[in-house]
Design a protein around this ligand. Structure first.
Ligand code: IYR
Length: 231
């Protein structure tokens, strides 16, 4: 519908919401079940080479694509790579950036909080994981007349979509890692994306390697991450 049509018949753009009420007695069980599922999610950097079908990756991306977004512009492209050669090229370029980061650029106060996570410039996950999914954020959109116009809240929108991708991957019984090589502009060239798309996060997806390790860290308590009124 055009802007003018919307202004004249604003109700025409709306349909009935499809909302199925969950019985109150089931709500707590469902809430608990989801919390317990998500609380088992851990980030490992050690992936198995075991294959994962494309169907599963498509479903994780579809789930991420249900995220709310600023003005419903859906300002994201998920580039899913299983091509071995392309994953190798991504790894080589990412490791080059990371080497500079760890050897030259990392400030002490950043190094201090990375230490417990055991990260370094070696990025095996980029070639071990059967899939590497790169989320590109659109800072602009193409209007019907071909002009570029801004998107709104694209950082927030893509952050939400990434979160939904992560929970979808965990729910299907696989694991993913949010990797942010910095700077990561090389991904736009390597993956042929246009100038208004910005690589935001690299997410290898697969099975954890046998005996995969995770850092021995804890999560903040509810009291530490929330405030309720009234107490
Ligand atoms: N990009 C680097 C450094 C890094 C930064 C943060 I913030 C992390 O949570 C983890 C790593 C890397 O990927 O190693």
């Amino acid at each position: 519908m055009s802007l003018k049509e919307y202004q004249e018949h604003p109700e025409e753009g709306f349909i009935e919401m499809d909302f199925v009420e969950v019985p109150a007695r089931e709500m707590l069980d469902r809430a608990n079940g989801y919390y317990e599922l998500m609380d088992k999610r851990r980030t490992t950097r050690h992936f198995s080479k075991k294959e994962v079908s494309r169907d599963l990756i498509e479903l994780a991306i579809r789930t991420a694509g249900t995220a709310p977004s600023g003005a419903h512009l859906q300002p994201w492209t998920f580039v899913a790579v299983s091509d071995v050669k392309l994953k190798e090229r991504i790894r080589i370029a990412a490791e080059e950036e990371e080497r500079r980061f760890y050897e030259e650029r990392v400030p002490e106060e950043w190094a201090e909080v990375l230490l417990p996570l055991g990260t370094d410039q070696v990025k095996e996950h980029l070639t071990d994981a059967p899939w590497v999914v790169i989320l590109f954020r659109h800072s602009q959109r193409v209007r019907e007349n071909g002009d570029l116009a801004p998107t709104y809240y694209s950082q927030e929108s893509c952050g939400i979509a990434a979160g939904m991708f992560i929970s979808a991957v965990h729910n299907m019984g696989l694991t993913t890692l949010t990797h942010t090589p910095s700077p990561m502009g090389f991904l736009r060239e390597l993956l042929n994306r246009p100038d208004h798309e910005h690589p935001m996060v690299v997410m290898p997806v697969g099975y954890p390697a046998e005996g995969a390790k995770v850092p021995d860290i804890t999560r903040k308590s509810l009291g530490d991450i929330s405030v309720f009124y009234p107490y």
